[in-house]
Design a protein around this ligand. Sequence first.
Ligand SMILES: [Zn+2]
Length: 872
Amino acid sequence: MTCSISCFSARATLGAAAAFAVLALSQAVPGQRLPTTVIPTHYALKLTPDLKAATFSGEEAIDVNISQPTNTITLNAIEIAFQSVTIFPNGPQQTGAVTLDADKQQATFTFPSTVPAGNATIKIRYTGILNNELRGFYLSKTARRNYAVTQFEATDARRAFPCFDEPAFKASYDISLVIDAGDTAISNTSIAADTPGPGANKHTLVFGTTPKMSTYLVAFLVGDFQCTGGRQDNVDIRVCATPDKAAFTPYALGVAKFVLHYYDDYFGIHYPLKKLDLIAIPDFEAGAMENFGAITYRETDLLLDPRTATVAEKREVALVVAHEMAHQWFGDLVTMQWWDNIWLNEGFATWMENKPVAAMHPEWNIPEVVAGDEQVTLNVDAKPTTRAIRARAETPDEIDEMFDDIAYGKASDVLLTVENYLGEETFREGVHAYLSAHEYGNATAEDFWNAQTATSRKPVDRIMESLIAQRGEPILTFAAPAGGRVSVAQKRFFLSPSITPDPAQKWTLPVCFKTADARDCELVTPETSSVILPATSLFFANAAGKGYYRSVYAPAQYQDLVTHAESALTPSERISFTGDVWAQVQADKATVGDYLNLVAALKSDSNAEVFSNSAGFLGTITDKVASTKEERDELGVWIRRNFAAEYAKLGPPAPGDSPNTLELRAQLLALLVDHGNDADLTVQARQIADRYLDDPTAVDPTLGQAALDAAAKSGDAALFDRLQKVYETSTDPELQENALRLLVQFHDPTLLERGLEYSVSNKVRNQDTAIQLAIGLRVPENRDATWNFIKTHWDQVQADLTTDLGAELVSHSGSFCTGEKRDDVKNFFAAHPVPASDVALKHALENIDSCVELRRLQESNLKIWLAAQAGS
Ligand SMILES: [Zn+2]
């Protein structure tokens, strides 16, 4: 899956979960898991949805293998009404009685006499509901009509058909759908037969038999989707959408064709199916879902008009397409044995998505985007409540909470660390060996690192176990180099200086050095006290910025790096270096002034991603460290003094501008207006925004969107009305979504109130409501009013919350920075609990605590530094 806002927001993580407990659990059968004495091998599934009544009926035949004679068979089912259950074993057929356990989401069939061991077929007739919760078999609506679509990961296939709903129970599927005459349907495989009836105005679509796959990857979608098709490596690829959005499908088709060929080549295993569909769904909770052969997407993660999309939007769609396609091998062809190893799916796809997109668009700064994402993850992982990558998850809620920044971001960073150490080709061989050994089957973390260890003959097992099974991240402290060596000490890093790490916790990890004339990787183990370093004074301990650790240097080496950052370090290394310094500020080992001086030293950095990272932390300083208007104004003066000339230097957009230049210009404008309070540029931004709204093709869209973002904050009712109209009348999903998001960013209290009211109205889809409110909480000036709105309109808000987006909203309540608000948030959600959000709430409160601590430690430093700037 891909997350809906961003996996790199402070989403859920689990608490203490020691590796040994996980290993022990995988052998036991805890209460929620199904016994392994009945194994499904094949499902024949015929579904008849009624899109107007929002119901469906199902006829199902499950072929199973029974290893011990039994009277009962238990599988998963929830919100299913059973009509009949009959078993056809190696003996007389029997009718079963059904008992339901709603808590465990299980159904048990009890038969009058013992069912013998051996093969049997269970035939089930049942009915279900097309729900409004964006999971299971659910209803998605446009103004014109209804669609019936599916989203099963992690544990919602059981809402559409009774099944053995665990990833290790792989089976093949024969799916048929009885649908209205004018409609079509899409499933994992192609349509094998299309026959009229049964009954008037119906037809029956029969899909080809699937390969063995997990239940959570099954998909069927019913409606009037229109597709743009192409062919690559003998695979039919289509990108599909509702008819009004079909014009926005060609861009993703081009990406998908490139990516398919890239992956065929990289994995050395041809894409496993004959066809691949990518379908945009009007109502979709996540960003996208990798159903085998039928990938589903939120519209804005698949559809765009290349003439009006920003660089970031094009990049994002390409990355999400590449992410889900990587899952066709990593996740769909080879699947984790259980959800405790979901990182094998998500970490891998997050790491892999970058490769084809960087190959297709080297001009898009992909390595730098990756380096920036790693900084976010390192900061999440430096909090005390972080979890280990591999952690316990048993109940559906616990499994849902596994889809977090640790499973996506940290696991991806760990793979990058190992690949950087082994070399790309050696690592690729290990990936190929792992996939070939487990095709159409399941695998564990050990299977992956043992394959890498065998192909590389390096201790990948020790490195990965150390990073996968332990919580948190290491910080490496380097002394001044002497005699061709540098001494190094490691310990766990916490952002909060008030936490003392356990001195026993150590890592085995490769550390790649960059010096003036060489690059070399060393293995740092718990016993290592120093490593060889080619004689030089200038060295950087995270070459390419790909290692998963923080580094800190002796004063002379640090100063050398600051002085030579632009010439000696690559953009990714500069992102890594400035991220390390910012972490030291939070840990009270450096001052906010040190960080600001570093930003000033890099003010002419020509890489948009380096700038974007620095600008992001400038925003944090303005929002979280400064507490008065006076401090923010003084920071604004400093920002204008340093960056106004840089913006002017770029001039207006020109035809030959690279994507990097387009992004840099847009980011400078945003910083100067938002935090630099630049009055002239605020006027200019509004002019650009108006021109962009008049005709989105008349202005470079990257600048146009940035100007619109900046203008909305100080915008008036006329601008609000225009944006509302774009949202309600445009067919372009990106323009629509951008307009909608801005409606909660107006600082004018009356307009903000209108935006918030609108967010919980029936004009806004449930997939967007929580995101709108979360954005309101992110905007410093709108935070209090948004929170008050949420509290006073809780009945309306709650009615629109889906499971994952509810947790997302809770996590954004951690945007505050006072103890008073912390108590308020805590008390409010104690009285108004949101399902599956315990971990999100814990994180939210922790984020407020760390903000309070950061302000307490650094605000006085900021005052001193600002005073010195004013004097200079
Ligand atoms: Zn994914």
